[in-house]
Design a protein around this ligand. Sequence first.
Ligand SMILES: CC(C)(COP(=O)(O)OP(=O)(O)OC[C@H]1O[C@@H](n2cnc3c(N)ncnc32)[C@H](O)[C@@H]1OP(=O)(O)O)[C@@H](O)C(=O)NCCC(=O)NCCS
Length: 193
Amino acid sequence: MRWWDIDPVLELEGELFPEDAWSAGMFWSELAYARGPDATRRYLVAEAADGSLVGYGGLAAVAGTGDIQTIGILAAHRGTGLGSRLLRALLRAATDFECAEVLLEVRVDNAPAQRLYERFGFAPLGIRRGYYQPANVDALVMRLADPASHAAAADAAVPDAGRGASADAPEDPPPASSPHSPPNTHQGTNTHG
Ligand SMILES: CC(C)(COP(=O)(O)OP(=O)(O)OC[C@H]1O[C@@H](n2cnc3c(N)ncnc32)[C@H](O)[C@@H]1OP(=O)(O)O)[C@@H](O)C(=O)NCCC(=O)NCCS
């Protein structure tokens, strides 16, 4: 994800997560951590053949633990393997960051996302009551130990199926004039992955 992707990402964000969409400032903050040798974030976009943005995902790595911050595919492009490709790429990023484990939160009523995560070896760890506000929906916390081996296994087992789209666009740092200084958290807003 590059800084100029933020506007189109925000349009998707409103469709994918209407109840608790991230702000532009939050994406700017995340991308500010995705640059240089001390980077702790990796954000990727999925583009259709015509160059339009149809999905995105992001991972944060702190002290050897990765956290899927967000992942989403536009409804019309789901079920073609793009979500899997994005997740695989994020697990590769976790491996690059030398994470020993990867965590995520997912709404307890989000069966498609839970199936995706289970396919990659994520296992339930616990419940966070009322994690998603204002809807007051619980989050299932899931954990993947040893993302390196799971990413490799997923590479071998799941052929790239994102017909006509790419989930491997390289990230690019935002300019130094990013209007928001990067916080360590999401300014009180929850993750989407
Ligand atoms: C969760 C999400 C990212 C999955 O994205 P996706 O692109 O549909 O994921 P995939 O295509 O890799 O897999 C989805 C299904 O399509 C199937 N599939 C993948 N490629 C396929 C192909 N070429 N032909 C047929 N089926 C295919 C998968 O097996 C999977 O089936 P299942 O749900 O029965 O297990 C997507 O549903 C989404 O964006 N949801 C809204 C946002 C959201 O909830 N994000 C997660 C927050 S925690």
